[in-house]
Design a binder for this molecule. Structure first.
Ligand code: NAD
Length: 480
């Protein structure tokens, strides 16, 4: 019998949004344990020899971690599916992405070059790249393993120790990554996982004096809070935040391709994607026709259990997130928006116990409405007409965000011109939502600071040190 004075350790329970069942549980980290966790990270950083390994030796371990993840692909994909409700095929893709990211950063750390800088005196000068020390990685719930790998792989490749804090709404994958990394040879303490609610443990971790750098992916308001905490410590911070990305269809576009991309760009991952193309701008002369095609296709999207045959959209990631999306749509209606499809929970036994919400298309709102300004992070598309290029650029740039955009036109000069004018970190011309581990990714404006992925994503976890080797034969004069 347990003593009434001994409190059971708190746990975070993950609920499968497809049916409300328990997907798993993890122990919640106590803020009282943070000192020991940060100290263990520094011990591993200083004594494991990891940061001083030749890059090709670090690369061997990173490749082994990739192999370990790949070997467990199906189990990991199914665990993520239960954790946040994404269709199984997408979850398999997320594991592939994580595998590719570890392999890419293995190669990148072997080939990362530094500079010999032009001397202006009797010395040889050069740069070297040093790790930050203890890096904190904080990730959201929409793509846990993918977002975890995007931070952990380059941070380790650069020689850091990493403390990973996944979202309390999708906590099950980070411990799996840790388990695989340890089993595949990563020295103990170099990667640790803490679990808990952001405001409780996340802020305490970011503020901890032993933390050297923070890399955050999540909502813009949380990013602002973390940015302020980092500024108080004069600590480097990378912020990958939200978006309200414009997806533009010009009159000369290939309409079949454009409509399919607009649909995939917003309803893929049930709109729970930072780069979701949540505002579609359609040239006025083809507005009615293209909007009708979008609505017709949205109505046929197969909304089903994440492992159902032919599923195109699963449930939202949690029941409370569905309530947020419902509130967003209700406000759109109160602003005068016309719901062209969706807009209410789907009916039927198949949907009764899950957090399902249908593809929703809204129009009739101005670009300054809150619906067009704020992120829904759900399957909600708002359509707007534009008169010409100048009008489009004005409307599309008229939000606080600047994460991504898509442009459909057969005129490559126009694609280039408009792509340069739109304020976004990623521009897709005649394609959408391509996001690869080899190409930098990040936001303009309130969508973030810093770039992940590609070689920028490795440099992010390093700091530049300048080294001078003196060649002078005579003693320095006190004053030149
Ligand atoms: P969120 O900001 O609520 O939480 C993200 C993470 O931050 C979680 O781990 C959470 O526990 C933690 N957190 C919350 N408050 C904190 C605090 N005060 N201090 C430290 N940590 C804290 O975001 P979410 O709801 O999990 O994810 C959705 C958001 O993430 C959307 O806005 C989406 O656009 C964004 N997102 C951005 C990208 C990108 O790369 N730009 C990718 C995916 C998601």
């Amino acid at each position: 019998m347990s003593s009434p004075n001994i409190k059971a350790p708190a746990e975070i329970v993950s609920i499968n949004p497809a049916d409300g069942s328990e997907a798993g549980r993890v122990p919640e980290t106590s803020p009282a344990d943070l000192d020991a966790i940060v100290a263990a990270a520094w011990t591993a950083y200083r004594t494991s020899g990891w940061k001083d390994l030749m890059p090709h030796k670090r690369a061997e371990v990173l490749r082994a971690i990739a192999d370990g993840l790949e070997a467990e692909k199906e189990d990991l994909a199914r665990k993520q599916m239960r954790d946040n409700g994404k269709p199984l095929s997408e979850c398999r893709g997320m594991v592939d992405y994580a595998v590719g990211t570890f392999r890419y950063y293995a190669s990148a750390c072997e080939t990362l070059e530094t500079e010999v800088t032009p001397p202006r005196g009797p010395y040889v000068s050069m740069t070297v790249l040093e790790p930050h020390g203890v890096v904190v990685a904080i990730t959201p719930w929409n793509s846990p393993l993918m977002n975890d790998a995007t931070k952990v792989a380059p941070a380790l490749a650069a020689g850091n120790a990493v403390i990973l804090k996944p979202s309390e709404d999708a906590p099950l994958l980070a411990p799996e990554l840790l388990r695989v990394a340890r089993a595949r040879g990563l020295p103990e303490g170099l990667l640790q996982v803490i679990q808990g609610r952001g405001a409780a443990i996340g802020s305490a971790l970011v503020s901890h004096p032993g933390v050297s750098m923070v890399s955050f992916t999540g909502g813009t308001e949380t990013g602002r809070t973390i940015g302020v905490l980092a500024a108080c410590k004069i600590m480097p911070v990378a912020l990958e935040l939200g978006g309200k990305s414009p997806h533009v269809v010009f009159a000369d576009a290939r309409r079949d391709l454009a409509v399919a991309a607009v649909i995939a760009g917003i309803f893929g991952s049930a709109g729970q994607s930072c780069v979701a193309g949540s505002r579609v701008f359609i040239e006025a002369s083809i507005y009615d026709e293209v909007l009708a095609a979008i609505v017709a296709r949205a109505r046929t999207i197969r909304l089903a259990a994440p492992d159902a045959e032919g599923v195109e959209m699963g449930p939202l990631a949690s029941f409370h997130h569905r309530e947020r999306v419902e509130a967003f749509v209700a406000r759109a209606q109160s602003e005068g928006g016309r719901i062209l499809c969706g807009g209410a929970r789907p009916e039927g036994a198949a949907y009764a116990s899950g957090a399902y919400y249908p593809p929703t298309v809204i129009d009739g709102l101005g670009p300054d409405s809150l619906t067009c300004q704020e992120e829904a992070f759900g399957p909600v598309l708002v359509a707007l007409p534009f008169a010409d290029e100048a009008d489009l650029i004005d409307q599309a740039n008229g939000t606080a965000f600047g994460l991504a955009c898509g442009i459909w036109t057969e005129d490559f000069r126009k694609g280039w011109r408009v792509g340069r004018a739109l304020e976004a970190g990623s521009v897709w011309i005649n394609t959408y939502k391509q996001s690869v581990t080899t190409t930098p990714f990040g936001g303009f404006k309130s969508s973030g600071i810093g770039r992940e992925k590609g070689m920028d994503g490795l440099r992010l976890y390093t700091q530049v040190k300048s080294m001078y080797f003196g060649l002078q034969e005579a003693p320095f004069p006190v004053s030149k």
